[in-house]
Every structure is written in structure tokens, then in C-alpha cells.
Write a protein that binds this ligand. Sequence first.
Ligand SMILES: *Cc1c(COP(=O)(O)O)cnc(C)c1O
Length: 424
Amino acid sequence: MEDPKSIGLYGESKKLTPAGVSSPVRAFGPNPLFIDSGKGCMIKDVDGNEYVDLCMAYGPLLTGHACREVVDAAEAQIKKGTIYGAPSVPELKLIERLCQIMPSYEMVRLAVSGTESTMHAIRLARGVTGKDGFVKMNGGFHGAHDAVLVAAGSGSAQGVPGSLGVPKDAVKNTYTVEYNDPEMMSSLLEKNKDIACVIMEPVMGNVGVVPPEKGYLQEVRKITRENGVILIFDEVITGCRLSEGGAQKFYGVTPDLTTMGKVIGGGFCAGAFGGKRELMENVAPQGKVYAAGTLAGNPVSAAAGLAQIDYMRQNDRYDKLNNTTKELVSSLRDSMEDRRVEGCVQNVGSMFAVYFGKESVKNGTEATQVDRETYLRMFRYMLDHGVYLPPSALEVSFMSSAHDDKAVKKIADTFDGFLSEMKA
Ligand SMILES: *Cc1c(COP(=O)(O)O)cnc(C)c1O
């Protein structure tokens, strides 16, 4: 039998790029698949195998692969030029839409990635307050810049870099607290007066899916306000996903600043940070906090992103998507219960995560205690049976508006097949 093309391509690729991938999470053993195309909720690899996709590029593809409305918008813009280095109408239209739908947005600056957005938002908070400290959650992920690479997945202590090459000085003002623990946050903020901001994912999405307990986000809003600390919601995943107005609208809690990415680019590079006018007016060149990017706010991303957002805002698509996800999640839970497998499925909107070995996960520390081995066995089984999950127990499984009943049934049946085999 001929070797699958993916194996050959991977052999070539890993000689020239570390582990053969452009971002670490994409690597899995024995070899990652090379994807040739995607349409709706399906992807096809270079060997012609098809999969129901639950990875969905880790978040951007809210309307599925190659959604016609998104492709048309991007194509029309590409034909008019891809970038001008000057303001353009697609940027303005996206900014107007974001200010209309995101409760916290009075002014917005576009960027190229989620990483840039959080880097700029933290700099803005530090610049405005003149304070160097900031707080993040244990297990909270905010991209790949130095200051946030502390406890960005596994529980390292405050001030210890999560990567080689990050100077200790770059993270010495980075504090971590546990998610869903308002007391821990308030005692830190009361003790330490050098804190500019708290940055957090309103729903933790880089340790699986960990929803806020009832009243937690309201409590965080109150604690930060009482201590004069800027609250930043990192909505790079949840923005325009949980609802058109992101998690802040979904839960009714408005932060001072919000970072976005993923969905707002419609599958192209994008980011944004924004919030209160009196804060955003400090961004250069209006103010003295520097934020810049050659490709920032490029019109192709803006046109595609706006098309994706507006597609979702029609015909109750958010409600339908969230309901479809709920149905899938309830069959997955039923399977686990029927087969007496210890674990849980956590879900908010169109995000869900299957955890083995724990009945619930409520913060970053608990997420490190799940049974990752069994998850990997499930990942492999699902892949072999035509369902493409993210290859890590601590990533989100994403649904899109393109996932239909047939896809839901396929996922549920395959998952049940895995559990039955696992129990046999
Ligand atoms: C993906 C992600 C980022 C980083 O975004 P990139 O576009 O990959 O740089 C930041 N914050 C959160 C919450 C994310 O999920």
C-alpha cells in the first residue's frame, strides 16, 4: 500500500519547520494531517479522507469553512486591492458594527491578531494608570507575547515565565489568581496597589471550556471597580461567538476594555481592542500609548469579518447554533452516563469540552487534573472514524452554523462507539 500523502508531506515539512507545524497545538502523533480543503462543517485531507470538523481552526470559523457570504465579501475586496496603508471603508464598517454590538465598545483600534490585541490592551491599561502590575487567571491564555506567558495553561507560580526566552523582568509584574475565586482576586487587589488591570477570558477557553459560576463575573466587575483597576475581557474566542455581543452581552457584565480576534476576521488575520472612550483616546497618535501594525485593519479581513458577523445576525442563527450545540452536548452526556464513564462535558453557547476523569472543572488547576490520556485515545478513535477534534484535552471543540443534524448524529454516534470500545 502506498503511504498516505500526509505522511510524506509531514516528513518534508518537519525538516524545515519545527515539528512540521506553524503553531504548536497543531502537532499530533504520529503525524498531523495536511488539509486540502474545507466546506461547511467538513474538511478533506490531501489523501481525500473527509472529517466532520470540531476544531474549526481553533475558533475563527463561526459560519463554517468557505461560507459563501464570507468568501464573496473577501473576493470582492481582494479584487480591489488587499491593503493600502491608509484608512478604508471596510475597516470603518467593521468598527461601526463592533461599536454597535459590543456593549463595552465606544472606540476601537484594529490589529492583526489576538496576541497583538491583548499586548496593546495591557500596555494601554499600564500607560493610562502609570502602574506596571496586571492580573491574569491561572490557565488563562492571552497569546504569545512575553508578559502573558505565565501560567498560560499549567499552574506555574507568579513571576515564573512559561517559556524559555522570556526574561524574568518581563513577567515580574504578572500576577495570577484562580478563576471562579473572587476572594482571591479581591485580597490580591487590596494588598497590591501597583495593579493596572485584570485581564481574563470571561469563559475560560484554553483549558477546555470553564464557564463562570453564577454571579462570578458580576463580582469581578465590582471588585475591579472598587479597587480602581481596569477590567479587560479577552473575548478573542467568545467575541461575536456566544452572542453577537460576545460574553459581555451573554452574561450582562461590561468590562472597561475588550480584546477580540478570531471570529472578527472571518478566517483572515484580525484583532481588535477597544472600550471606554476616555481610555481609548490615549492610543497613539491621539495619545501616548503606542500601538501599530502594517497589516492592522486590513480591508480583506475587515470585509470577511463583517460578512461573517452579519451572516450570524440574520435568521436567529445564534439561537440555532447554540441549540444545536446543546443537543449534541446532551447526547454526549447521555452516552457517558449510560456507559458509566467518569467525566463531564462542559458547554457554553457553541463551545464545548469533553473531560475524562473529573465530574466538573471550575478553574485552571482542576483542568490540569483531567485524564488527558483517555482524551488522546478518543481523539485518535474519532479521527479514524471521520471526526476531527482538537488534539488536546485543553482545547475547545467548536461548533459552527454549518454543523447540521447529520453532523451532530455522526459526532454523537462516533463518540458512543469510542466509549463502548473503551469499556469493552
Ligand atoms: C487565540 C487566543 C489569543 C491569541 O490570538 P492569536 O490570534 O492566536 O494571536 C488570545 N486570547 C485568547 C483568549 C485566545 O483564545
